[in-house]
Design a protein. Structure first.
Length: 199
């Protein structure tokens, strides 16, 4: 048997196994909960990639940003200009900038109140809670209240939660957890964040 024929036979086997596996899958008829966490870059970027995918199918999308404050980012500018995403930036900036725990807690709780309403409304196919894991890490929110809100989501609503250090209980609850691993970062080489790549 030639290399080409051998390869074709192997790929047929792979295809058959894959099709068998797919035939056994079921639709839960419920929006999924996705977590993007880890120390590597790309957590929010990946979530916004899913936003674009959802918009491509005509889905309604909302974003609540918990930490980034009024900092202008490329994704925010894009979605505001195109008017296809309900966007709420409710954080007051990075926690080391505010240096006021009570104020940070109040901002996180207000953002979460907005997020919980969006999740339960039935108006959205996808809700992104950007950097909510940071609010959880600093205990501005409790894991219990986040899971309670996720339990109240409507059948069609999927939710993406981003940020480092996602709590284990939340990871256990989620349908998909992706951990971004940092291999190399330009910041450590003295290169500042670049517009269009980092924000």
């Amino acid at each position: 048997m030639s290399d080409a024929e051998n390869h074709k036979e192997k790929m047929k086997e792979v295809q058959a196994k894959h099709r068998e596996r797919v035939s056994q899958l079921q639709d839960p008829e419920q929006g999924l909960v996705l977590i993007h966490t880890g120390k590597g870059k790309g957590k929010s970027s990946s979530a916004f990639g899913v936003v674009v995918r959802a918009l491509g199918w005509g889905h309604k999308v909302a974003v609540v940003q918990f930490i980034k404050g009024k900092w202008k980012t490329g994704e925010r500018r894009f979605f505001e200009e195109h008017g296809q995403v309900t966007w709420h930036t409710m954080g007051e900036g990075f926690t080391w900038d505010t240096q006021d725990k009570d104020r940070d807690i109040a901002a996180a709780q207000a953002a979460f109140g907005k997020a919980a309403n969006l999740i339960a409304s039935g108006d959205y196919d996808l809700v992104v809670l950007d950097e909510i894991n940071i609010a959880l890490r600093y205990e501005y929110l409790s894991v219990e209240q986040v899971i309670e809100a996720l339990d109240k989501r409507t059948e069609k609503t999927g939710v993406i939660l981003t940020g480092r250090d996602a709590p284990q209980a939340l990871c256990d609850y989620a349908d998909l957890v992706t951990e971004m691993t940092e291999i190399k970062h330009p910041f450590k080489a003295g290169i500042k964040a670049q517009r269009g790549v980092d924000f």
